[in-house]
Write a protein that binds this ligand. Sequence first.
Ligand code: SAM
Ligand code: DTB
Ligand code: SF4
Length: 345
Amino acid sequence: MFETQAPRHDWRSEEVQALFALPFNDLLFRAQAVHRAHFDPNAVQLSTLLSIKTGACPEDCAYCPQSARFDTGLKAEPLLALGEVRAAAAEAKANGATRFCMGAAWRSPKDRDLEKVAEMVREVKALGLETCVTLGMLKPQQAQRLAQAGLDYYNHNIDTSPEHYGQIITTRTFEDRLETLAHVREAGINVCCGGIVGMGESSTDRAEMLRVLANLPEHPESVPINELVQVPGTPLDGAAPLDPFDFVRTIAVARLLMPRAHVRLSAGRTQMSEELQALCFFAGANSIFYGERLLTTANPQNEKDRALFQRLGIKPEGRAPAQEPGCPHPHAHQDAAAWTTAPQA
Ligand code: SAM
Ligand code: DTB
Ligand code: SF4
């Protein structure tokens, strides 16, 4: 049976496209079956983002408000001080997040800045949070430095299919991205890698993007699926919006191709209905960005997400991977104290 097969790394284009072409109910049924075989279907992991260095980025990613090439009205800010990062992480923890993700608008970090980020990683870990950073391209020694600091995850997205990539970014190649991912893997850091949909790509592009991720030597532990947040001033502002059902299909196919990965319903939730988000959870999404900001754009209010989880009977995934003997759900056991008590102001 498809649903009980070991994870594969040899997906062919036609196979992935055939999944996308399934009747919606068949696709969701299969995705939900795979999801249940590997995870508690009612637990969702919460990650909170912080932009630690904002704007003035030399790259030309056509979706991004932080590129210096586009006038988006964004105020550039230098690397935050350690204390500011610690305070934001403590607040995220108090609100119930289990992972704190720090993003910097760099093409690649300077070694001097990397040491400062390593210090941030140590501080955030000391609060009892998982850590993730996204800093652009890394050299092998830089990945090793971050691993030494105890970094849990590195986020580096492939963003789109290899075929569509040239329409979106010209200042670094698709291969550059795969190289950084290999350095992260080599350093023993968990890989967080996904992409963006709603950038004028075809359904075949979405299939190819997921095929590249699934055919990596190891599946990313975390797969963020972002819907483009359209920002005035960026070249992709005004792109034709994606059919919401095609967004759900992308989540479902990610779940089928990478059965053990956390698939994150990422950017774009402010423009989605709660019914659409519920469909995404049914299709196998089991992580979200939680907190009122993504990096530079808005995300749903904490209270709104709490209310949604309550209505759906979803609980936040616990902090420690407290696996009980014989239980197939490594993260399902709850440490929801921070969620059920009143959040700190
Ligand atoms: N500068 C680093 C880099 O690009 O590798 C790290 C930060 S960058 C903002 C992280 C990711 O955010 C991008 O790879 C992209 O997938 C996502 N992103 C940026 N702007 C977005 C937007 N407007 N809508 C959706 N996702 C976006
Ligand atoms: C990811 O895949 N999405 C996040 C995180 N990784 C770094 C970023 C989304 C950014 C959305 C636009 C903004 O807020 O600037
Ligand atoms: Fe810079 Fe990252 Fe934005 Fe690209 S996505 S412009 S590299 S901050």
